[in-house]
Design a protein around this ligand. Structure first.
Ligand SMILES: Cc1ncc(COP(=O)(O)O)c(C=O)c1O
Length: 495
């Protein structure tokens, strides 16, 4: 008996991770909700960003915990050691890279999604229908046919990779999946402008086609793909006996926000019988804004579009999306039947095809819910106004720069991205230092990039919370830091 008893005591089959006291949990849960809502409500009173002190960094080197820690204590660690040291893209002063600000609605929806915890790889369940609803809405927005397929992915990097793989299938046939690229003997080549995001080259790499097979086409003064150069490159490749298969247009380039002439590229792709993909990471959702949509004319002719709801759509990270005109080709690129994923006409295994048939992920979270909540709660008109508003702010920033003798505008403003610099003797060094000084001041957080060989301060205005006063604060601080840095350099030289 005693031996049996001790065996029973060690039985772990009754371990559950649910709370033993639900009432206590509810109180704690409400505290957590209140704290994050307070944080968002009072974002403006906080610095955009602050460096993480070594003491805080060291806290994340603790050994793997064997014993439980009280939830309230973990929450306090979050409040003191995590929340203040995030990158700050929710803050109105954040203008670095191209990052959305998120919304309270999206956050709450994500909480509900996590609570429900569905695996949206497939099966007969409404979360799959919610994702299909978003696909239907995107077909409507981009005027794609009912046969187009859509899929949530992490972000546009993954969406671009999926597009390259589908285009490869279209060029070589589905057998390429079995036999590999070499079996066909054709050397595929694709085309994108030199302003295309680095993930396009990476997609060529990951697909096995190779980075060398991406022809980078020069851009015009507006940062758009040079169409004559594109056609010459295609002709040269055909003459050389290689096989053009895809053109990747950019709708909103990462450096300057340039939009390729999508209608003209659609014409060329149609004539040359090439797959026309658009990287519209942030720009594609400009379709929601009546004043921006005309710049995207031709997007409705693409074979596939990659974009993110987490940028201009303000949906919390991550919420990338791929839309493919030929849903069958998309399915043929990824569907991988397996006995354990057998489909039925009824029961839980019904409802084929499943999302897992359209991408590499079998287990998938419920990204569609936060997107569905956001689109329903705000409506496309308001989301479109937010997009227009960020472009209006970019123009305001452009005017401020032009009116400020110490600053210069270093690229045309196409959408919501502004590249500028401080005028001085060693502008690359000083502009890099100004960007860091702005970030460390907590006033505003632009990033940097290189345009026409020059290092520029780059403000990507994506966040719905950003106002003209945030722009003005950044301009004033950039001039002040620039003056101080230039003075320091003069003093240093004199010494
Ligand atoms: C034009 C463009 N393409 C692709 C990407 C990559 O998107 P993600 O970070 O969602 O993978 C970005 C990111 O800013 C981008 O601006």
């Amino acid at each position: 008996m005693p031996a049996l008893f001790s065996l029973a005591m060690q039985d772990t089959s009754q371990e559950s991770l649910d709370p033993s006291d639900w009432q206590e949990l509810r109180v704690q849960a409400h505290r957590m909700l209140d704290d994050i809502l307070n944080h968002i409500e009072h974002l403006r009173e906080q610095p955009v960003w602050q460096p993480t002190p070594p003491r805080v960094r060291a806290l994340f080197h603790e050994p793997l915990p064997e014993k439980p820690t009280d939830l309230a204590r973990i929450h306090q660690s979050f409040m003191h050691d995590i929340l203040p040291f995030s990158i700050g893209n929710a803050h109105p002063g954040f203008m670095g890279w191209v990052q959305g600000g998120g919304t309270v609605v999206g956050m709450l929806a994500d909480m509900l999604a996590a609570g429900l915890n569905p695996n949206v790889g497939g099966r007969q369940q409404i979360p799959v229908e919610v994702e299909r609803q978003i696909t239907r809405w995107m077909r409507e927005l981009f005027r794609f046919p009912d046969t187009a397929s859509g899929l949530f992915v992490t972000g546009t990097s993954m969406a671009n990779l999926i597009a390259v793989l589908v285009a490869r299938t279209a060029a070589l046939g589905a057998d390429v999946r079995q036999h590999g690229l070499a079996a066909d003997g054709k050397r595929l080549v694709a085309y994108a402008s030199k302003a295309a995001h680095g993930c396009v080259a990476q997609a060529m790499d990951l697909s096995g086609i190779g980075i060398d097979a991406l022809r980078t086409i020069p851009t015009d003064r507006q940062g758009r793909m040079d169409l004559l150069a594109l056609q010459q490159a295609i002709a040269a490749d055909r003459d050389a006996g290689v096989a053009p298969f895809m053109i990747i247009g950019t709708a909103g380039s990462v450096d300057t926000g340039a939009v390729d002439d999508l209608t003209a590229i659609a014409e060329i792709a149609q004539r040359e019988k090439l797959w026309f993909h658009i990287d519209g990471a942030f720009g594609a959702l400009g379709m929601l804004a009546p004043d921006i949509a005309p710049l995207l004319a031709g997007i409705e002719r693409a074979d596939s579009i990659a974009f993110d709801f987490h940028k201009w759509g303000q949906v919390p990270y991550d919420a990338g999306f791929i839309l493919v005109r030929d849903g069958t080709m998309h399915y043929d690129t990824f569907a991988s039947p397996a006995a354990y994923l057998r489909r039925e006409c009824r029961g839980m295994a019904a409802n084929s095809p499943w999302p897992c048939d359209f991408g590499p992920d079998l287990s998938r979270g419920f990204r569609a819910l936060k997107t569905w909540f956001s689109i329903k709660a705000y409506g496309t008109e308001k989301l479109g106004r937010v997009i227009s508003g960020t472009c209006a702010l970019a123009r305001h920033l452009g005017r401020r720069i032009e009116a400020e003798p110490a600053l210069e505008l270093l690229a045309p403003i196409s959408l919501n991205i502004v590249c500028f610099g401080y005028r001085c003797d060693d502008p690359d060094r000083v502009n890099a230092d100004i960007a860091v000084a702005l970030q460390e001041s907590g006033i505003a957080a632009p990033s940097t990039t290189t345009v026409n060989g020059r290092l520029v301060i780059r403000a990507a205005i994506v966040n719905h919370r950003t106002t003209a006063s945030d722009i003005d604060a950044m301009v004033d601080a950039a001039v002040a830091f620039g003056n101080a840095l230039a003075d320091d350099r003069k003093t240093g030289e004199a010494a």
